[in-house]
Design a protein around this ligand. Structure first.
Ligand SMILES: Nc1ncnc2c1ncn2[C@@H]1O[C@H](COP(=O)(O)OP(=O)(O)OP(=O)(O)O)[C@@H](O)[C@H]1O
Ligand SMILES: [Mg+2]
Length: 362
């Protein structure tokens, strides 16, 4: 009997009729839990198939080809958060196993215990038994170890032998953010793929897709601000979009910055102007006022001002000292040092840089 999966997105998009039609034609229809209005968009718009995964075309095509030819190796996917690692592997599992997907994979993530006992019991038990599932073409099962960098070293050492022993009927997919936390022996057993942060065009494209589906009112600068603040993290982009949408019906640049609490580019320009032109006391007063008025955090200001320093023209030795000072201030702020003192240090660094600039001109 033919089987068909109706994805939640289709149901949400009004395709429940399709499900009914498919059912009436005698197909087995597997309906996943439908999305409600309160479903976070990161889940609602999680790519369902490999074709939906934005960017990383070469990686996705390679994995697609390997699965089609039934030659899937052990995989190690790594890269920063929100770049589609988990989504890609889930799409692969859906492609290989279809509706039997939940029977054929063992998924362990950071919320599960992943010490040596789990490798010895759960993973070995799953890998060592042969599964016979009707309607599944591939005979290999998949062990999915998400957030594998959180696995203990002992567990990783134990996994080395397990991977080799059960290669005949099981494939392992390891996913992590920090590849250097995976022991070299495991790395060499897997084919590695690096998921880089998404570039601006891909984030924009994917956001436009969500904006159209949700019929949102987003202006051009608002979209640019979303892309800028996401820094190549698609999950972050979608989360900011959803929270800004809840806060205001029109998504503008200002609304996005307000919602995230990030300083606006024009505020940073103003602060940089004060830092470069005003005397110490006035500068301190203006910045403190603005921080209070707009609820800005000094650490955000330091980060953005640093970007500004890269843009303005100055002799390289002055720039080097200034950047070094910014790095020190940021470091101290992360350890909870006083905002007031660090603001003083920020202005002091700029005062020093200005004196150096004047000396250069003379
Ligand atoms: N390449 C992509 N194409 C489309 N959507 C994406 C992509 N990457 C991330 N997303 C969106 O971000 C959400 C999170 O992605 P995913 O869980 O795959 O990230 P991840 O790389 O596993 O991150 P983490 O390292 O934090 O686990 C997805 O639900 C999806 O909505
Ligand atoms: Mg993940």
């Amino acid at each position: 009997m033919a089987e068909e999966i109706i994805s939640p997105m289709e149901i949400d998009g009004g395709a429940s009729d399709e499900a009914m039609k498919a059912a009436s034609k005698g197909k087995n229809v597997v309906v996943m839990a439908p999305f409600t209005k309160s479903t976070p968009w990161v889940e609602k718009y999680r790519p369902q198939s490999l074709a939906d995964v934005a960017a990383h075309r070469d990686i996705v095509d390679t994995i697609d080809r390997l699965t089609s030819e039934n030659k899937l190796p052990h995989l190690l996917l790594y890269g920063p958060p929100g770049t589609g690692k988990t989504s890609t592997i889930l799409a692969v599992a859906r492609k290989i196993y279809g509706p039997q997907y939940h029977n054929m994979i063992l998924e362990l993530n950071a919320s599960d215990d992943r010490g040596i006992d789990v490798v010895r019991q759960q993973i070995q038990d799953f890998a060592s038994t042969q599964s016979f599932s009707f309607g599944v073409k591939a005979s290999v099962k998949l062990v999915l170890l998400d957030e594998a960098d959180a696995m203990t070293k002992d567990a990783q050492f134990a996994l080395r032998r397990v991977i080799e022993k059960y290669t005949k009927n099981t494939r392992f997919a390891l996913i992590c953010n920090h590849v250097n936390k995976i022991i070299p022996a495991l790395q060499s057993r897997c084919t590695r793929f690096r998921f880089a942060p998404l570039d601006a065009t891909h984030v924009t494209e994917r956001l436009k897709h969500v904006i159209e589906s949700e019929r949102l009112d987003v202006d051009e600068n608002g979209l640019k601000a979303l892309v800028r603040l996401s820094n190549g993290d698609m999950r972050k982009a979608l989360n900011i979009l959803q929270s800004t949408h809840m806060a205001s019906p029109h998504i503008t640049e200002e609304a996005v910055y307000l919602c995230t609490g990030n300083p606006m580019p024009k505020d940073i320009e103003q602060i940089s102007f004060w830092l470069l032109n005003e005397v110490y006391v006035t500068c301190y007063k203006h910045i403190t006022d603005m921080k209070m008025r707009k609820g800005l955090a000094l650490v955000d200001i330091v980060r953005e001002v640093t970007m500004f320093i890269f843009k303005i023209k100055m002799p390289s030795d002055v720039r080097v000292h200034l950047i070094n000072d910014m790095a020190d201030i940021e470091y101290r702020l992360t350890f909870g040092c006083s905002d007031k003192l660090q603001l003083g240090a920020l202005i002091a660094s700029f005062t020093k840089a200005r004196s150096a600039l004047v000396a250069c001109v003379k």
